[in-house]
Design a protein around this ligand. Structure first.
Ligand SMILES: [Ca+2]
Ligand SMILES: [Ca+2]
Length: 264
């Protein structure tokens, strides 16, 4: 019995080392929100970024969604585990859909199956009581487009999002309108890897132009691989010419159209 207690104490000590009794997750901002592409609107992600060290205890915390009239629109998803703090602030944690993972060939830290409200709405991360007498409130929110609800203290909404571009935080002044810009998507995960939509659509050999040779190559690739991420050389992922993450007959047609267009 004594031995068992000793083991329990050891385990408790180890756990308290790994997870502070008060596990912080409240000094975080929403860094980037991506609403998918024209061909793949469900390829969506949200990146959180830590403002100080150790703010990675996000297990059980939700990304909550609201419609333009501020009514609830469910969740984008829930983080199911905590992450690795690394040193200092600026640690990323990304929640995204399977489609986003398959588009950017970047492992999401958390796969989610929600859908962001587009183009007018709000996304918030979790809730926290900061002990300042103002009660429990979201850790951070980004309102965008014609969001009509209360957005205190983040003031006017950011611009309306567009498919193919991310709302990216460019400043931190608690003013969504000033703090976000529309930029090419730059997803980053907790290990620090970044993703992009690799390749030029239709350019399956990575030559920089789309020609009849690419059409032949896409036709052969369509038998050899299923998904764009299966193409190991990133500059050849243009084989997924219609950018829907799969490599199949539709891409042979799309590549042929692009080859004709470039030749004319
Ligand atoms: Ca080519
Ligand atoms: Ca495709």
């Amino acid at each position: 019995m004594k031995k068992k207690l000793g083991l329990a104490a050891l385990v408790a000590a180890a756990l308290s080392f790994a997870t502070p009794a008060w596990a912080p997750f409240h000094l975080l901002v929403i860094e980037q929100v991506f609403f998918g592409t024209d061909n793949l609107p469900q390829a969506q992600f949200v990146v959180l970024r830590t403002l100080t060290g150790g703010q990675i205890f996000v297990a059980g915390r939700d990304l909550n969604l609201q419609n333009a009239d501020s009514s609830g629109a469910g969740k984008f998803g829930t983080f199911t585990k905590n992450y690795i703090a690394h040193a200092g602030p600026d640690v990323a944690m990304i929640a995204g859909t399977q489609e986003a993972q398959d588009l950017f060939c970047l492992p999401m830290d958390q796969i989610v199956d929600g859908s962001l409200v587009f183009p007018d709405g709000r996304v918030c991360f979790s809730e926290f009581d900061y002990g300042d007498g103002l009660g429990t409130r979201p850790v951070d929110c980004v309102a965008y487009g014609a969001y009509q609800g209360d957005n205190e203290p983040y003031l006017p909404p950011a611009m309306a999002p567009q498919r193919n571009l991310s709302l990216v935080r460019v400043a931190e002044t608690d003013n969504n309108q000033n703090d976000f810009d529309l930029l090419p998507p730059m997803p980053q995960n907790n290990p620090g890897a970044v993703g992009e939509i690799d390749g030029t659509p239709g350019d399956a050999d990575g030559s920089g132009t789309v020609t009849a040779e690419d059409v032949d190559l896409v036709a052969r690739l369509a038998f050899a691989v299923a998904k764009r991420c299966d193409v190991t050389m990133p500059d050849r992922r243009g084989a997924d010419a219609n950018i829907d993450t799969r490599v199949n007959a539709a891409d042979v047609i799309a590549t042929g159209e692009r080859a004709v267009h470039q030749a004319s």
